[in-house]
Design a binder for this molecule. Structure first.
Ligand code: EPU
Length: 416
């Protein structure tokens, strides 16, 4: 199992190019099931989750042609409408094939994703929405088996805001008969990127970027070309790294208009940000100021950035408080950060962080994707050597993070 060895205390200086967004690429790849035409995709990030999704799609008969970050999908000859347990258990986003398969072929058999490290994460809202559209859904032997003659447009109000739930129902609605209204829809930039691509494929969607999506179903969609949106979570992760180590970096290939409150919070920490076109320059000197926040849906503070900001807070010049409202168990990094000398206590879904003057390197264990990123940030700031074990979590969602960091001066190597 690969590990990362980090010798902390180096300032970061130089340019980092941001990859395409994992959480946009995954639903966008599933949209390949919606058409017999070619989906020609660029800026597809080189990630383990993307490879898993492509494997899953290939098993359905979808043709995949890949040249690095350029992927062409063709769904003219789909032969299997199943997402098996072996793949779904490793990546919950596999649930995103359900809507497209059902909408175009009238049937899908998708393994029910189990819980995962960050919480129970049910998919009841995906199922509720598809049932409302007329699908006959049974759950048996750990599989969701969905069938329908033709999905019917209807009004769906999800009980909570769900990102992949919105994406699944949106991909179902574009080929349904008549009008579907999705109330309480997720507004994340990744949902917007998917919706914009669906429109380019011939879908009729109004309200993109709002919490009310109105979709007029069409008979068929055609292929298109699309560049996956830049990864705002990856970008903010590197900005947190420089907030923790100090230095002067430039983030390129980013989109500054899709940032949530993360940039404001970085400024509050004392990072000097200069935004120019698709680049962000970040300069930092000295210890960060503490920032408190609570995670919420977009455009609020993203849960996918909670762990990384907490890592910076551990060495801030004062106390801070972080509340996680999206997932019930997303504080697994706390114990590991404390192993590095941080002083964090938790009470329910709130963490109380006392800023300490310095962290000291130690062996730590990654438990999920963003928790791993927070340990890397802490390791970069710590004195001495940190070994981050189980970095397969990191590889699921960051394209060669250690290469990007060592190119800007970090002392970080992968140990096989
Ligand atoms: N929920 C339900 N029932 C449902 C759907 C969601 O109870 O049917 C609950 C969840 O358990 C959670 C909340 O609603 O408590 C929000 O979950 P959501 O469905 O929005 O999460 P997701 O779609 O499974 C996506 C991202 C996550 C990101 C969340 C929140 C993808 C592939 N994944 O997950 O990304 O944290 O939205 O923004 O888009 C990551 O990249 O590290 C990651 C975990």
């Amino acid at each position: 199992m690969d590990k990362l060895q980090i010798v902390g205390g180096k300032r970061l200086n130089g340019d980092i190019a941001i990859s395409g967004a994992k959480n946009a690429a995954l639903p966008i790849l599933c949209a390949g099931l919606l058409t017999a035409g070619d989906l020609d995709l660029t800026n597809v990030p080189r990630l383990h989750d993307v490879r898993t999704m492509l494997r899953l799609l290939e098993q359905t008969g979808l043709k995949v042609t890949q040249d690095d970050e350029h992927v062409v999908l063709n769904g003219a000859n789909i032969t299997s409408l199943e997402a098996p347990y072996e793949l779904v258990k490793t990546m919950r986003a596999s649930i995103l094939v359900l809507g497209p398969m059902l909408a175009r072929f009238g049937e899908a058999r998708v393994s029910l994703p189990g819980g995962c490290a960050i919480g129970s994460r049910p998919v009841d809202q995906h199922i509720k929405g598809l049932r409302a559209m007329g699908a006959d859904i049974t759950i048996e032997g750990g599989y969701i088996h969905a069938k329908c003659a033709k999905l019917q447009g209807t009004r769906i109000h999800t009980d909570m805001i769900t990102v992949t739930g919105t994406e699944n129902l949106l991909m179902a609605a574009v080929l349904a008969e008549g009008e579907t209204i999705l109330e309480n829809a997720a507004r994340e930039p990744e949902v917007v990127d998917l919706a914009n691509m669906l429109v380019a494929m011939g879908a009729k969607i109004e309200g993109i970027g709002t919490d009310r999506l109105v979709i007029q179903g069409v008979d068929a969609l055609h292929g298109t070309k699309h560049a996956v949106i830049s990864d705002r979570i990856e970008a903010a992760t590197f900005l947190c790294a420089v907030a923790a180590t100090g230095g002067d970096i430039r983030i390129t290939n980013t989109r500054t208009d899709i940032f949530d409150v993360a940039l404001d919070k970085l400024r509050e920490m004392g990072v000097q940000l200069t935004v120019e076109g698709d680049t962000i320059r970040a300069r930092m000197d000295g210890r960060p100021q503490p920032v408190s926040f609570r995670t919420t849906e977009y455009p609020g503070f993203p849960t996918d950035m909670q762990a990384q900001f907490m890592a910076v807070d551990t060495i801030a010049r004062g106390p801070s408080r972080v509340t996680e409202t999206i997932f019930e168990n997303r504080f697994m990094h706390v114990q590991e950060l404390n192993r590095l000398g941080a002083s964090i206590s938790t009470e329910g879904n709130t963490a109380f962080i006392e800023g300490v003057e310095r962290l000291v390197g130690a062996p730590v264990m990654a438990t999920d994707l963003r928790a791993s990123a927070s340990l890397v940030i802490a390791g970069l700031a710590a004195e001495g050597t940190t070994i981050v074990d189980r970095i397969y979590h990191l590889d699921r969602g960051y394209d060669r993070m250690e290469a990007k960091l060592s190119a800007v001066g970090a002392d970080i190597v992968r140990i096989k």
